[in-house]
Design a binder for this molecule. Structure first.
Ligand SMILES: [Zn+2]
Length: 481
C-alpha cells in the first residue's frame, strides 16, 4: 500500500540494514513460533489456491481478497502472529504471484507461480506497529499475548524517525531483523555538492572491484579487492575439504540423514552464510570508498563500464566460477544505491575495448597481460584498470566525447576493501594458521574500522599492486581476464 508522504519533502530512497538479535531461549522460541505461524499462513494460501485450481476457478491472489479470507478465518488461528504480521505474508504472496504473472506474460514461461511451502516465512511489520528504542525492539503479537521485546546486537544505522518497517527472518539458521528506512537524498551546502557536469569513469573488475578516474584533473581511485578474492579462495578450499571429510555421512537416496549428518549440514550452512556476509560487507565498503571519493571530488556523474556482456561467454570451468563469484549484478546495484543516496547519477556504458585502448592517444593497443598498460604510440604507462576508467569516462550513452584528452597525471588514491576479512591481515594471510590462543570463536566479525583519512596515495604511474607475484611452480596462477 503506497503511503502518502508530506508535500514539500525532497526525494527519498529506501535502505535496509540487517541487524542480529540477542535473545534469551524463551524469546528465541517465540520468534521461531511467529515465523512458523507465518509459514502456516503461507501454506494456507497455497492450499486455498490449490482447491481453486482443481475446481478450475480463478486463483485468489489480490492482497485485499486474501485479507478478507484471513479475516474470515477468525483470530487466534495462527498462534501468536498478529494480523499485521499475517497480512505481510499475504502481501508477499500477492507480490510474488503478480510478478510471476507479469513475467510469464512477457514470455518467460519458465517463471513459476509461488507453490512451494516453507516452514519459516519472514514477517514484516510497518511503521507504527512496532516500537524501536535504542537497541530494544518490541514486536507486535496477537492480542492478549505478552509483549515481545527483543534486543538488537547493534544500533540501527539510520535515524530512528526514518525507520519505516522491520522484518523478522531466519538466515543461515540465525534470527535477524531487517530494518528498512526511508532516507532523504543527501543535501549539500550550495556550491559543495556533486556537479553533474563533473564526470568520472568507473571500471569494475575482480582484483580491483573499482577503478575510477576523473579526467578533468587526472586523479584516480583504485580499490583493491584482493582480500575478497582471498576469502573466496579460502572458502572454496575449506568447502572442498569439508565435503571430502564428510562425504561418508551422506544419506542414501530417499533416506533420512543421521544426526551426525544433520550436524554437518548445519555447520555447512553456517559457514556458507558467514562467507556470504563477509564478501557482501567487503563489497559495501569498497562501494562506500568509491562514493566517498566521488563526493570529495564533487563528481556528479559516474560513467560505469557494464561488463555483463562477458558473463554470457563461457570462459572455462575455473574462470566461469570466478566470474560468478564476482557478483557483478550485486556490485552494480550497490553502486547505484549508494550513488542515488549521495545524489550522484550513474550511467552504464559499453566497456568493450576499454582495456585495449590508450587513454591518452585513443589508439588501439594490445591488451596488457599484467596490471600495467604501456602504449607504444605515445609512451603512456599506467595502471590498466585506471586507464580503462579514463577511457570509460569519455563514453556517454549519448555518444559525445570529452573535449580534451585526459591528463592521467593526477593523484591516485589506493584503498583496500575487506580489511576485516581473515585473509587480509598483513602478517598472516591464512586464517587457519592463527595462533592457538585465538583459535576459538572470535564472535561476530565486525566491519573494518574507518580507513585512515588520506589513505595511501601515489602518482598515476602505478606499476603494480604492492603484492608479490606468485610465479613459483605449484602455486596457482591467476590470469586476469
Ligand atoms: Zn597512447
Amino acid at each position: 500500500m503506497p503511503r502518502r508522504r508530506d508535500v514539500g519533502t525532497g526525494p527519498v530512497v529506501h535502505r535496509t540494514a540487517r541487524v542480529g538479535l540477542r535473545l534469551t531461549r524463551h524469546q528465541q522460541h517465540r520468534c521461531f513460533g511467529l515465523l512458523r505461524s507465518a509459514g502456516d499462513v503461507w501454506a494456507c494460501v497455497l492450499e486455498v489456491n490449490a482447491w481453486h485450481r482443481r475446481r478450475g476457478d480463478k486463483p485468489v491472489a489480490g492482497y485485499q481478497e486474501l485479507c478478507r479470507l484471513l479475516a474470515a478465518s477468525g483470530p487466534g488461528i495462527f498462534g501468536e502472529l498478529d494480523t499485521t504480521g499475517a497480512r505481510s505474508v499475504l502481501r508477499r504472496y500477492s507480490d510474488a504471484w503478480f510478478s510471476a504473472a507479469a513475467r510469464r506474460k512477457a514470455g518467460h514461461a519458465e517463471v513459476r507461480y509461488p507453490r512451494r511451502r516453507r516452514g519459516l516465512m519472514p514477517i514484516r511489520w510497518y511503521h507504527g506497529t512496532f516500537t524501536l528504542t535504542g537497541r530494544r525492539l518490541r514486536l507486535p503479537v496477537a492480542r492478549g499475548g505478552d509483549p515481545l521485546w527483543v534486543r538488537l546486537d547493534r544500533l540501527v544505522p539510520y535515524p530512528p524517525e526514518t525507520v519505516r518497517s522491520v522484518t523478522l527472518l531466519v538466515d543461515a539458521g540465525r534470527l535477524w531483523i531487517d530494518v528498512t528506512a526511508e532516507l532523504p537524498i543527501t543535501t549539500y551546502p550550495p556550491g559543495t555538492g556533486p556537479d553533474p557536469a563533473r564526470v568520472a569513469g568507473v571500471d569494475l573488475g575482480i582484483i580491483h572491484p573499482y577503478g575510477a578516474a576523473h579526467p578533468a584533473d587526472g586523479s584516480a581511485l583504485l580499490v583493491s579487492g584482493r582480500a575478497i578474492r582471498a576469502e573466496h579462495r579460502l572458502h572454496l578450499t575449506d568447502t572442498r575439504h569439508r565435503r571430502r571429510a564428510t562425504a561418508t555421512h551422506t544419506p542414501a537416496k530417499g533416506r533420512r540423514g543421521s544426526r551426525r549428518w544433520r550436524k554437518i549440514r548445519r555447520r555447512a550452512r553456517l559457514v556458507e552464510g558467514r562467507h556470504r556476509r563477509r564478501t557482501r560487507q567487503a563489497l559495501h565498503e569498497a562501494t562506500k570508498m568509491l562514493i566517498g571519493w566521488a563526493v570529495s571530488k564533487r563528481i556528479g556523474t559516474l560513467t560505469v563500464g557494464d561488463p555483463r556482456g562477458v558473463l554470457d561467454i563461457s570462459a572455462g570451468r575455473r574462470h566461469n566460477l570466478r566470474l560468478r563469484q564476482w557478483q557483478i549484478g550485486r556490485t552494480l546495484a550497490m553502486l547505484q544505491d549508494k550513488a542515488a543516496l549521495a545524489g550522484i547519477r550513474v550511467h552504464l556504458v559499453d566497456e568493450r575495448g576499454t582495456s585495449s585502448t590508450c587513454p591518452a592517444c585513443h589508439q588501439k593497443i594490445s591488451k596488457p597481460r599484467g596490471r600495467r598498460m604501456v602504449c607504444p604510440h605515445c609512451a603512456f604507462t599506467g595502471h590498466r584498470d585506471i586507464a580503462a576508467a579514463f577511457t570509460i569516462a569519455t563514453r556517454t550513452p549519448g555518444g559525445a566525447t570529452t573535449p580534451h584528452p585526459p591528463a592521467c597525471t593526477g593523484v591516485v588514491t589506493h584503498r583496500r576493501a575487506g580489511r576485516h576479512l581473515p585473509g587480509a591481515r598483513p602478517a598472516r594471510r591464512d586464517p587457519r594458521r592463527r595462533p592457538l590462543a585465538a583459535s576459538g570463536s572470535l564472535g561476530r566479525r565486525r566491519p573494518a574500522p574507518p580507513p585512515p583519512v588520506m589513505g595511501s596515495r601515489s602518482f598515476t604511474i602505478v606499476t603494480e599492486d604492492p603484492q608479490p607475484h606468485r610465479t613459483q611452480t605449484g602455486q596457482r596462477s591467476w590470469t586476469p581476464h
